[in-house]
Design a protein around this ligand. Sequence first.
Ligand code: SF4
Ligand code: FES
Length: 205
Amino acid sequence: MSEIQFEIDGSIVTATEGMTVLGVAQKAGIYIPTLCHHEKLEPFGGCRLCIVEVEVKGWTKLVVSCVYPAEKDIIVRTRSEKVDRIRKTILELLMAHAPDAPELVKLAKVYGADKDRYEKDPSFCIHCGLCVRYCNEVTGKNAIGFVDRGINKEISFIPQIAAVECNDCKQCFPLCPTSYLQAAFVLTQALAFPSAVNSGPETGE
Ligand code: SF4
Ligand code: FES
C-alpha cells in the first residue's frame, strides 16, 4: 500500500492510503477530541467534535477528521478559532442533555463551554452510538439498538437478547461517556427480567 505525507499542526506525518486524518493524528500522538470514535468500530462521524481545518491547494475547509481520508500534501490544523468555536457549541448542546458527564465537563473546560447555555433536556444519552455499534460490530450480540428518530431517539436494550447475553458481557458499559447506559440496563433488567436481579448477578457500576 502506498505511503503519503502531509502536515498536521506543523509536523509532517506519514500515512498509508485509506487511513483517516484522525487515525493518522492518533498514530502520530497528536490529540483530537472525540466522543463517538472507537478504534475497533467503523467510522461513524456522529458527534462532530473531531472537526478540524484542512487546507487543500490554498483552500481551507472544515472536515470531520474521523471519516475524512488522509490525502497527500494537505495541511491540517487541529485547533483554530473556528474549530474551537464549533467544539464549544457542540459541547454546550450536549451538556443540555448530560450536564455532569465527566468527559463533557473535562472538554468544556478546554473549550470554554458553558453547560447552562442551552435549556436543559436531561436525557443523559448523547447519541454517540458507541454502545449500539460495539454490541453489533464487535460482540455481535445486537442486544441494544436505537429506537425512534430525531429528538425522540434513544437507546434501548432488547430484553429477550439482553436477558441472555448482557450479564456476562457488559463490554459496552465503560464506553458510555455519560453512564446513561448502565442506568438503562439496570432499568431494563428490573422491568424485563427481574429474576436475574433477584438471583443476584452483578449489575455493573
Ligand atoms: S447510552 Fe451512552 S454509549 Fe450509548 S449512545 Fe447513549 S451516550 Fe452513547
Ligand atoms: S469522533 Fe468524529 S464525529 Fe465523533
